[in-house]
Ligand binder design. Structure first.
Ligand SMILES: *Cc1c(COP(=O)(O)O)cnc(C)c1O
Length: 365
């Protein structure tokens, strides 16, 4: 059936999958986003046909016409989520339905067609089933899933394309922090911004990342790990990092995070942290936080912890902050108890070692 929400996936197994011994060697120390499984999913879209040709096929380069619209006007969106190995050898995902929904929201902003949730979630279970041996058994490892979609139409006119390719690849990843959680140092960019009101800040699109790379490079040059972007209007309020949301813990235990006003990516980790904090009886505020409040609060002891969060690192404590002309530390540069408590609670649910009262974890194998 073409064009509907349901498509059967055609399975084309790789004729030369990576041999088990080689796979084990690759998975012993995979790092992030360097090692890939044997297969990928592709689904095509044309205005005239809807979604069609859903396939699990050997992972391979994608032939692309030099006039494919994505190469010129960057009509591209993506997602990032993880599949986890359970203690009994099964495989689960965490809030994949939320990624499916956000993928549709990103598509709306980039004038792209909606991939039905059934196909988004179906692509994940099909790929993980075929490539199940690539899901790490290491208790800190996971299989990172990268769904993405781009304009494949061969046309140089400026308008939303009529043809798209959806693709899913998977990459085994190891522990984000090797040798314990280390606080990160942030660079507040005074030159570059990430997202303006009315722009694409709330969409997960490659273009946002393209625009953030020079600022991230500046952060690294300044000896920092990550860049923090400020609002574009007043250059005063903290938005987020290049690919992570940010939280502050006050001395009375209140958890504060910038509100979703359209310039911040609505992180699923962010939402999970808010849910867990509220459930634990912690006061939570979604409101603007200025650089001055952060800086003065760190000095006065009002801001006792800061952390960043996202799927890749889950929760990363922030120990120090720098910008042009000033620098400060938070909580003596050590990971704080609220940060680490929320991290443990979230990881335990994701990994299945704690009960999941929210229905976030879904078994796929
Ligand atoms: C993906 C992303 C995040 C984190 O979202 P999660 O759903 O928690 O992984 C935060 N900020 C940006 C800009 C992102 O692209």
């Amino acid at each position: 059936m073409a064009g509907g929400d349901h498509l059967d996936f055609e399975i084309r197994p790789a004729s030369q999958p990576v041999p088990a011994v080689e796979r084990a060697a690759l998975m012993a120390n995979p790092g992030f986003g360097r090692v890939f499984t044997d297969h990928m999913v592709t689904i095509r879209y044309a205005d005239t046909k809807g979604w069609y040709d859903a396939r699990v096929e050997p992972r391979a380069p994608i032939p692309l016409d030099p006039a494919a619209a994505v190469l010129h006007y960057a009509q591209e969106i993506f997602e990032g989520l993880k599949a986890y190995r359970t203690a009994d050898g099964g495989v689960t995902t965490f809030r994949a339905d939320a990624n499916a929904r956000r993928f549709r929201d990103s598509a709306t902003r980039l004038a792209m067609p909606h991939l039905p949730d059934e196909l988004f979630l179906g692509s994940i279970s099909e790929l993980v089933t075929v490539d199940r041996d690539w899901v790490p058994t290491d208790p800190e490892g996971s299989l990172y899933l990268r769904p993405f979609m781009f304009a494949s139409e061969v046309f140089l006119g400026v308008r939303p394309a009529n043809e798209y390719l959806y693709c899913l690849v998977a990459s085994p990843v190891g522990a984000y922090f090797t040798g314990g959680v280390k606080p990160a140092t942030m660079w507040i960019s005074a030159e570059y911004t990430r997202a303006a009101p009315g722009g694409t800040g709330a969409a997960k699109c490659g273009g946002n990342y393209a625009a953030s790379l020079v600022a991230q490079a500046e952060a690294i040059e300044q000896g920092c790990d990550q860049v923090v972007f400020l609002d574009t209007v007043e250059q005063r309020y903290i938005d987020e990092l290049g690919g992570m949301n940010i939280f502050f813990v006050l001395d009375d235990g209140t958890l504060v995070t910038p509100p979703l006003t359209g310039t911040i990516l609505p992180g699923i980790t962010r939402d999970s942290v808010l849910t867990l904090a509220r459930a634990g009886g912690r006061p939570v505020e979604e409101r603007p936080v200025s650089v001055d409040e952060w800086r003065e609060g760190a000095a006065s002891g009002r801001v006792v912890e800061t952390f960043a969060c996202g799927t890749a690192a889950v929760i990363t404590p922030v120990g120090a902050v720098r910008s042009r002309g000033y620098a400060f530390t938070i909580g003596g540069g050590q990971p704080g108890p609220v940060t680490m408590g929320l991290r443990e609670r979230l990881v335990a649910i994701q990994r299945g070692s704690a009960e999941d009262p929210y229905g976030w974890v879904k078994r796929i194998l």
